[in-house]
Design a protein around this ligand. Structure first.
Ligand code: NAP
Ligand code: ZN
Length: 363
């Protein structure tokens, strides 16, 4: 077995300011990557700027990253970073700006400035990256993945390079202004990472310990998520802990069919990542139960669900309904079958009818 997670994590109130000197020590000029407004609304951008100014470190701000970042936005930010001499990158936001930050760090570092290198199977270095999450789902603050929208392939795909953040500063206060639907979608994305890492052909004892521990932490918030009641600081902290642990688990195993299927819904129907993933989780878990996967009862109990029916009722309440036409169903199956790598993560030989059942479990 092997396990590797190199990110220095600071998870505490005021993490950015408390560790500002270390953040600033990553280079002389930071390229800060954010979405359009949440980095300001949460106060995370102000904290990062103060940390850099306190430590006499220059910065440039790129604040145009959209949800499900495009290659175009990465190239735009990288061009600015390169021309202004940025030597490290700070991503602030949900998974979209955090993933974009990693891809930008790769593009600024390399002499070959063509976007082709994003998906080339060659080993390339990237500038140092720090990540500040403002959602509780992707775990991108510790994963080496950067998932970009590929219009050429009409889907989403992680770049070919593993870029682990050097530092992650996690502060529950940044979640305070998130809407209930954002908290629910992203918390269910984290649950997807835990489930898909646990029931995965690449799982090991190391990753399973993380998955089960993450499920237990996640379950502390099951009732608050279901009822949509006010979340406390303790809820935010345990959701962030669960999502970061889930990030460590998938860093080792990768994800599986719910993520593989979700990209079609996000690309073609604009459904947010966590909602798209979550809608396939009941079907994926049903398949694990049907195949009598040994860890199934333990996983359900750690997540705090008595059976699949209760799990399904939970995801429906939190995510709302999604309708999938039979045409969409056929296209999704075709996409998965054309990418055998996606099927290899399932811990047994999954058939076309297994995939169809996962999709049909939504309706
Ligand atoms: P997101 O796409 O980063 O953000 C969704 C929306 O939430 C944006 O409008 C954003 O606003 C807003 N937002 C973010 N934080 C907020 C806060 N605290 N309060 C209010 N609004 C806030 O959402 P995400 O679900 O975190 O990330 C999804 C992306 O991550 C997808 O592209 C997915 O493929 C990727 N992902 C990556 C990994 C990985 O391992 N790297 C794993 C799973 C998913 P702004 O636009 O203004 O910022
Ligand atoms: Zn995800």
């Amino acid at each position: 077995m092997e396990f590797y997670i190199p990110t220095q994590i600071y998870h505490e109130n005021g993490a950015v300011l408390k560790h500002g000197a270390e953040l600033a020590s990553l280079g002389r000029k930071a390229l800060i990557i954010t979405g359009k407004s949440s980095a300001i609304k949460t106060g995370a951008l102000a904290d990062v700027i103060q940390a850099l100014e306190d430590n006499n470190t220059e910065y440039i701000l790129y604040d145009k990253v959209e949800e499900n970042p495009s290659i175009k936005v990465v190239m735009d930010a990288a061009g600015i970073g390169r021309s202004q001499g940025a030597d490290f990158v700070i991503g602030i936001g949900g998974g979209s700006p955090m993933d974009a930050a990693k891809a930008v760090a790769l593009m600024v570092q390399n002499r070959d400035t063509s976007e082709d290198i994003l998906y080339q199977p060659v080993k390339l270095k990237a500038l140092p990256v720090a990540e500040i999450p403002t959602t509780c789902g992707t775990g991108s603050e510790v994963t080496p993945y950067a998932i970009l929208t590929r219009d050429d392939k009409k889907t989403k795909q992680s770049i070919n390079h593993k870029i682990y953040p050097v530092i992650a500063c996690i502060d529950a206060k940044y979640l305070e202004c998130a809407s209930l639907s954002l908290i629910r979608n992203t918390a269910i994305d984290a649950l997807g990472h835990l489930v898909e890492s646990f029931f995965n052909s690449n799982a090991t004892e190391y990753s399973n310990i993380l998955s089960l521990c993450g499920m237990e932490k996640w379950a502390e918030n099951r009732k608050a998520l279901y009822n949509g009641t006010e979340f406390t600081e303790s809820n935010y902290n345990s959701l962030l802990l669960a999502s970061t642990i889930a990030g460590m688990a998938i860093s080792h195993t990768g994800t599986s069919l719910p993520h593989g299927l979700s990209y079609y819904l996000t690309y073609n129907k604009g459904i947010p990542h966590g909602k798209a993933v979550g809608s396939f989780l009941p079907g994926y878990l049903s398949l694990m139960e049907k195949k009598q996967m040994p860890g199934f009862p333990e996983a359900m109990s750690k997540m705090g669900f008595k059976d699949i029916g209760e799990f399904k009722e939970f995801t429906r309440c939190c995510l709302g309904d999604i309708c999938i036409s039979s045409d969409d169903e056929d296209k999704m199956i075709q996409e998965i079958l054309e990418t055998p790598r996606k099927l290899l993560s399932v811990p047994f030989n999954a058939s076309e009818s297994d995939i169809r059942n996962i999709i049909q479990d939504i309706n």
